[in-house]
Write a protein that binds this ligand. Structure first.
Ligand SMILES: O=C(O)CCC(=O)C(=O)O
Ligand SMILES: [Fe+2]
Length: 350
């Protein structure tokens, strides 16, 4: 039998003390279960003194949290009032922490194997997306990697980063334009020079990219879906892949942008909010030494995302992520509000 899709009302909130005023015939009971010596049968018997128990189920795979399902809400309310927060004599004197449990929506199935992985930007049909393979040579790649490895890394939860030009603040997903760290380091000069000859750029001379974020991803680490904050950066975003490949997925959400909570990490594998399961998906393979350009619709309206996989499937081939992937994201910091043509995705026009 599969697990019931129940959970605590708000897994991010510690509401064990004051239960939110919702009612449910189902209880989420923590500190209770086979891992702490209480069988589901015993739990059903003890909770059964408040009404008919339809079932006791593991709430997760810890063995120490269960879901107790009653026929009716009043039985659940009585059990919660009697047992929550105090030692339960009939359950080995364990102090139970009880909340009402809610039925979770079915998880949105994100099967990255089911999306065809494009090998060129034109195949994706995303306006404004460009990919140039072999943008740097293998020896330039080694030089760039050596240059960043000679500088201090900032350790995030799952990956390491460096910021040059301006620091990027993960709390606000923005840059502090007053905190100029100086010119971009000289090791990126050849890359910047080559960028200015990038095809399809209308305004190559006025590029003046002034912010570089270097990301180092260990195998299996990706980046949750996001649009680089419109108000933080201008309309061209370049990403150079070094050392290893990855698949980058693009999503265009039907409702417009969903803005992650400030401070939420790009490291996490939270793929999309509950109410935003309706989106178009595309995926592209980024080989090492390739340069990706996000412009126009690709930059402003599509979320980009690096799945958290150790192995990527590129159509029929399986590609193991290398020991690391290092990316150079080059952007120009915006100084006024964004006035793009995609207001539904734009934090300046919200
Ligand atoms: O690693 C990459 O290629 C993308 C990084 C990225 O999306 C970002 O820094 O905003
Ligand atoms: Fe990004």
């Amino acid at each position: 039998m599969g697990l019931p899709r129940f959970g605590p009302p708000n897994p991010n909130r510690d509401d064990t003390k004051d239960n939110p005023i919702i009612s449910s015939p189902n209880l989420f009971v923590a500190n209770c279960g086979p891992a702490v010596g209480l069988s589901h049968h015993t739990i059903a018997l003890v909770f059964g003194s408040f009404g008919h128990v339809r079932g006791v189920f593991p709430a997760d795979d810890t063995g120490a949290r269960v879901i107790v399902c009653y026929d009716d809400e009043s039985s659940a309310a009585a059990a919660l009032a009697a047992f929550h927060g105090r030692p339960c004599r009939d359950l080995a004197d364990r102090t139970l922490h009880i909340r009402y449990s809610v039925l979770r929506p079915p998880p949105t199935s994100i099967d990255s194997d089911s999306v065809q992985v494009c090998l060129s930007a034109s195949e994706t049909n995303i306006p404004g997306l460009y990919l140039i393979p072999n943008f740097v040579t293998p020896s330039e790649e080694q030089e760039l990697l050596a240059a960043v490895d000679a500088r201090p890394w900032i350790r995030l939860a799952k990956r390491r980063v460096q910021h040059h030009g301006y620091p990027f603040c993960y709390e606000t997903r923005n840059v502090n334009t007053k905190l100029h760290l100086g010119e971009l380091p000289s090791f990126v000069a050849p890359v910047l020079e080559r960028i200015s000859s990038f095809p399809d750029l209308n305004d190559a001379e006025n590029l003046s990219l002034d912010q570089l974020t270097v990301n180092e991803y260990p195998p299996g680490v990706g980046l949750s879906p996001h649009i680089d904050t419109h108000s933080a950066f201008e309309g061209l975003i370049f990403s150079l892949s070094l050392a290893g490949p990855c698949i980058m997925e693009f999503r265009r959400y039907a409702q417009g942008a969903w803005f992650p909570k400030p401070g939420s990490s790009l490291d996490t594998d939270v793929d999309n909010p509950d109410n935003c399961s309706n989106f178009s998906r595309k995926a592209i393979y980024l080989p090492p030494r390739s340069m990706l350009l996000l412009s126009g619709e690709a930059r402003y309206a599509w979320h980009h995302y690096i799945p958290h996989h150790k192995i990527d499937k590129v159509n029929d081939s399986v590609i193991k992520r290398s020991s690391r992937r290092v990316s150079f994201t080059l952007r120009k910091v915006r100084t006024g509000p964004c006035q793009c043509q995609f207001p539904q995705y734009c934090d300046s026009q919200r």
